[in-house]
Every structure is written in structure tokens, then in C-alpha cells.
Design a protein around this ligand. Structure first.
Ligand code: GLA
Length: 395
């Protein structure tokens, strides 16, 4: 009897976690912009409106970017009724006014909270206020919630915490994308989908550098370079698919710590891994080179392919790698990656990407925007240091 009860309880919570309200969200990896990587706690009404404007003017909206997300530090306290209170200096018109503005541009609006008592920056967290906060977010017009894992209680269970906030969001009646920000320690790829998460962080925080794990200023461990994150996220490819994505963290493209070549590689690898593409740079003042990276529609099409396969590394020899991703139309996206210090030729053999060697296939370079012709069995190209050649191979 007891066992039956438990069974129905579990069944009930799973069914709720996949309620009709949030079904069909994030069928391709979410694309947008988030305040954190560039601005940290320096968030405001003016910043968010400016960035939403820039998202339209720069062509990013046309390229598919949608969510404008305020990360940590918008909140300061709770009122006597326990309602979350936005910083009145930084958001003098309140959060709803900002959300309305973002919506008026045809974009979507996102916000941040935390499953613990406080956010990572020490602002009030969501623990014990999940349903109340969800109603507030829905009344503001929130479309996307990033939910962090700082200051959780000893023994607090991540899966049920995220299932709880998903159920609270669904109970509000508004379809809201849930971004699980647990950093990978509790293996969210194993339970994130059932808990109702649409994406889950697989790693610690990204930093604006190419490679190497570095301690944070307070001595705690560690921020990750692009390559460290790539190596942690790659083996998880089987867990990703429409509605539920591995999240190797937000983009650092344009923040100044890497070369243009490295940013192109960063973006290409995120795209072939079907990662969420959340820009994190100042869209109001980006150079044409950076804008061209973030708005490369051919590379974005690889990320957004509706089959929803996360690409994987299919060959590696020292610093040289070949990555492949199956696309819905049967073609393959391919990245040739050179981690080394000098230009090297890299070859992709058709067998590595699931084609027979006798096949003739058209190769198109997605950064040069050029058809390179038909090739049988393999394709080779010189790849510059820390660079990629990204292409589609189409039989
Ligand atoms: C954590 C998250 C970051 C960011 C900060 C905000 O470190 O992983 O992405 O949201 O908190 O404080």
C-alpha cells in the first residue's frame, strides 16, 4: 500500500513537471543576452533597455536572439508580505516596466533567482518563496528564469528543488523557460529534464580566456577557460535534445580577453554543441568583427538545427580535433579545431562523421560563406592556431 502511494506521488510530480503550461519551450537552444559576464552587479533599467535596443539595431534579433535576461543583483529585499523587492534606485519604474519595454521590441524577458536563502551575490534567494515569486514573475511578464544554486541548505536536494520551482512557474499559468544553474556538481543532466529544466549548466563559471582553470579573487576554485568547459561538456552529448539542453555557460565573445580567432572558435564550438547562445558582451559598442561572429546565421543555423543533436568530438590527435554534428536534413556540420601554437592541416574523413568513404559531398565554409566544391571521402584544410574551420558537408 505504502509503495503504491509512493509510486503515485512520484508519477504525480513527474506529470506536473511536464505540465502543458511549459511544454514545447526551448525546442531549440535558447538565444539571448544576459547582464552577468560583462556587467556583474551593475544592472539597471537603463542598461537593460539600452541592450534590448542594441539587440534590435545590431541585427542580433534578426539573427535569432530573443531573451534579454537580468542576472543577479536586481533584488534588494522582501517586503512585509514576503514579496521580492527590486532595487528602487536601479529600477525606479519597477521590473514590469522594463519587461514591457523588452516585449514592445518583440523580444522576451528573463530574470534570475536562486534555490537557496541568498543568491550568489548575497541578495534574497527563492527558498520558501517559490510559488509567491513565480506569481510575481508571471505578473511582470517574465519568460525565462535562471535559477542558481548558491546558499542552499545542507542536504537540500537539487532535483526536487528545481522540480518545485518548475511546478511553481507552471502554476502561474505563464510558460517560462527554466535555466538550471547548478554548475554540474549534482549531475543535472541525469535529472534536469524530468525536473522540468529546459537547460542546465554542466560546469563552473566561464571566464573570458581561452584555456586554463583559474582561482577566483577570493581564493576559491575555479573559473574555466573555453577549452576546459568544452572538455567537460562534450561527453554529455547524449543528454541534450529539443526542450532540454546542456549549458556550457554564457558567451564571452566580445569581452576583450581573447583574440577574434579565439572568439570565433568559442562561438563555433558552442554552436556545434547545440549550446544555448546567451551573449554576454556590451551590444551597444561591439566592433564589426564581434558583431559578425555573433550574427553569423550559417553558424547559428547549426546551433538551432531542429533535430537538436549535440555535436561531438569524432577524432583527436594531440592539439588537433575534428567535431561532427548530425543535422536534420542528413548533412553534417563539422568543426576542425587547432588548439596548438601554429597553423596545422586537419583532415575530416567521411567515415568519422558517419558517411561511407566513396561518397561525394559538397563542402561549404560557414565563416568564409563560400561553397568549396565537392569532395570524395575526406576534406583537408589548414587551421590557424586556436582557430577553427567550420563547414557543412552535404551529400
Ligand atoms: C553564479 C552563476 C553565474 C552568475 C552568478 C551571479 O556564479 O554561475 O552565472 O549568475 O552566480 O551571482
Amino acid at each position: 500500500m505504502k509503495r503504491h502511494f509512493l509510486f503515485f506521488l512520484l508519477l504525480g510530480s513527474t506529470a506536473l513537471a511536464q505540465s502543458a503550461v511549459s511544454k514545447g519551450l526551448a525546442l531549440t537552444p535558447p538565444m539571448g543576452w544576459n547582464t552577468w559576464n560583462k556587467f556583474g552587479c551593475d544592472v539597471s533599467d537603463e542598461l537593460v533597455r539600452g541592450m534590448a535596443d542594441a539587440m534590435v539595431k545590431s541585427g542580433m534579433k534578426d539573427a535569432g536572439y530573443q531573451y534579454v535576461v537580468i542576472d543577479d543583483c536586481w533584488q534588494v529585499s522582501r517586503d512585509a508580505q514576503g514579496n521580492i523587492v527590486a532595487d528602487p534606485q536601479r529600477f525606479p519604474s519597477g521590473i514590469k516596466a522594463v519587461a514591457d519595454y523588452v516585449h514592445s521590441l518583440g523580444l522576451k524577458f528573463g530574470i534570475y533567482s536562486d534555490a537557496g536563502t541568498k543568491t550568489c551575490a548575497g541578495r534574497p534567494g527563492g527558498l520558501g518563496h517559490e510559488y509567491q515569486d513565480a506569481l510575481m514573475y508571471a505578473s511582470w511578464g517574465v519568460d525565462y528564469l535562471k535559477y542558481d544554486w548558491c546558499n542552499t541548505l545542507p542536504g537540500q536536494d537539487a532535483r526536487s528543488s528545481y522540480a518545485n520551482i518548475r511546478q511553481a512557474l507552471d502554476a502561474s499559468g505563464r510558460p517560462i523557460v527554466l535555466s538550471v544553474c547548478e554548475w554540474g556538481g549534482r549531475q543535472p543532466w541525469l535529472w534536469g529534464k524530468e525536473a522540468g529544466g529546459n537547460l542546465w549548466r554542466t560546469t563552473g563559471d566561464i571566464q573570458d580566456h581561452w584555456a586554463g582553470r583559474q582561482k577566483w579573487p577570493d581564493g576559491s576554485c575555479c573559473s574555466n577557460g573555453v577549452l576546459d568547459i568544452v572538455d567537460e561538456n562534450e561527453p554529455l552529448q547524449s543528454y541534450a535534445g529539443p526542450g532540454h539542453w546542456n549549458d556550457p555557460d554564457m558567451l564571452e565573445v566580445g569581452n576583450g580577453g581573447m583574440t577574434t580567432t579565439e572568439y570565433r572558435s568559442h562561438f563555433s564550438l558552442w554552436a556545434i554543441m547545440a549550446a544555448p547562445l546567451m551573449a554576454g558582451n556590451d551590444l551597444r559598442s561591439m566592433t564589426p568583427e564581434i558583431r559578425d561572429i555573433l550574427t553569423n546565421k550559417e553558424v547559428i543555423a547549426v546551433d538551432q538545427d531542429p533535430l537538436g543533436r549535440q555535436g561531438r568530438r569524432v577524432w583527436k590527435d594531440g592539439d588537433l580535433e575534428v567535431w561532427g554534428k548530425q543535422m536534420r536534413d542528413g548533412s553534417r556540420a563539422v568543426v576542425l579545431l587547432n588548439r596548438g601554437a601554429s597553423t596545422q592541416p586537419i583532415t575530416v574523413a567521411w567515415e568519422q562523421i558517419g558517411y561511407p568513404g566513396h561518397l561525394s559531398a559538397a563542402v561549404r565554409d560557414l565563416w568564409a560563406h563560400k561553397d568549396l566544391g565537392k569532395f570524395t571521402g575526406k576534406f583537408s584544410a589548414p587551421v590557424e592556431s586556436h582557430g577553427v574551420v567550420m563547414m557543412t558537408v552535404n551529400p
